[in-house]
Ligand binder design. Structure first.
Ligand code: PEP
Ligand code: MN
Length: 340
């Protein structure tokens, strides 16, 4: 169950609630986020919620039978909106495009990408400065100096930054230069990293693991929320299957199911999802029809020369067309919603 506590709850009141739960066979864990205080109740025994709700210090009580609680839509029906400031919002009806290269490579590349994004009204730029690579001999990113260089340029254009963090020790140095911390597929169950991001008051985009289930993704998100950070976005980026005709199997089902099971915004990454440039726009559009709150897409001024993931990066022209198509599909989605 999720118990919302009142803002000025006293220590004694909290203790009484915890003891009452324990008497009924329920364990509980207090959670304090940047917005509110909660008590997450874990148990199965019968308990009278109306009686519990009357205890001083409790604002509301919700029964949540999912294995994940705070990120469940069972208690928070309204969708969460992630507000990055400067009129950039994601979720609860706000659709976001996050576009940019797989890796940040040079000042010129950043300048070219920012000019492209600016020309098309895209407000969030993606890019990696710490790159998880299968081979240790591949390009592994420009690191913190690359991030500082990127941030200086992006700020001048009013464009927000989403970039991957790979370990807790990187968070502090990255913090001033990041608008959204990305947790990559390989770190989706790095619980130490998730715990550490729970302590951070900046949004986190959490990708689904390479072979992670939807339930596991939601449980990983629960780590961040219960650690103290409510500002989470979930990202479907494809899973590994026996199919070898493409890089990953983009799970369109996951978009619809996540939207139903959580109040958090759901983002689609069609680039890693299919891994082949020719199909990226179709998958992005399909995900939008399925209900995604935004897309994370790789674009490059010259994909043939990209340091990583060039094969799935869109040329600027292709990306520009996709942005327009995404707007058209959103209009279509609204029309579909009116019919249901
Ligand atoms: C990326 O976004 O460039 C990336 C490495 O993604 P993923 O973790 O989904 O492989
Ligand atoms: Mn990539």
């Amino acid at each position: 169950m999720v118990i919302q506590l009142t803002p000025y709850i006293t220590q004694e009141q909290l203790q009484t609630i915890e003891e009452t739960l324990l008497q009924h066979g329920w364990k509980s864990m207090p959670v304090r986020t940047q917005y509110q205080q909660y008590l997450v109740g874990i148990g199965k025994k019968d308990i009278d919620l109306r009686h519990l709700a009357q205890l001083p210090g409790i604002a509301d009580v919700f029964r949540v039978t999912d294995s994940f609680k705070l990120v469940s839509r069972k208690w928070r029906i309204q969708e969460t909106c992630i507000d990055l400031g400067d009129d950039v919002r994601i979720g609860a009806g706000h659709f976001a495009i996050m576009a940019g290269p797989c890796s940040i490579e040079s000042e010129q590349q950043v300048a070219d990408t920012l000019a492209h994004l600016k020309a098309h009204g895209v407000r969030i730029m993606r890019g990696g400065v710490y790159k998880p690579r299968s081979s240790p001999y591949s390009f592994r990113g420009l690191g913190i100096e690359g991030l500082k260089m990127w941030h200086a340029q992006a700020q001048a254009h009013g464009i927000k930054i989403i970039t991957e963090v790979m370990m807790p020790a990187q968070i502090e140095a990255m913090y001033p230069y990041v608008d959204i911390f990305q947790v990559g597929a390989r770190n989706a169950q790095n619980f130490n990293l998730l715990d550490a991001l729970g302590q951070v008051d900046k949004p986190v985009l959490l990708k689904r693991g390479v072979s992670g289930t939807i339930e596991e993704l939601l449980q990983s998100a629960e780590y961040i929320f219960s650690g103290g950070n409510e500002r989470i976005l979930l990202c479907e980026r494809g899973i590994r299957t026996y199919e070898s005709a493409y890089r990953n199997c983009f799970d369109i089902n996951a978009i619809a199911i996540l939207k139903a099971r959580t109040h958090l915004p759901v983002i689609a990454d069609p680039s890693h999802g299919v891994g082949l440039r020719a199909y990226v726009p179709q998958i992005a559009l399909a995900a939008t029809i399925a209900g995604t709150d935004g897309v994370l897409v790789e674009v490059h001024h010259c994909p043939e020369k990209a340091y990583s993931d060039g094969q799935q990066s869109l040329h600027f022209k292709e990306a520009a067309l996709l942005y327009e198509q995404l707007s058209a599909v959103q209009a279509c989605r609204q029309q579909l919603a009116r019919m249901t």
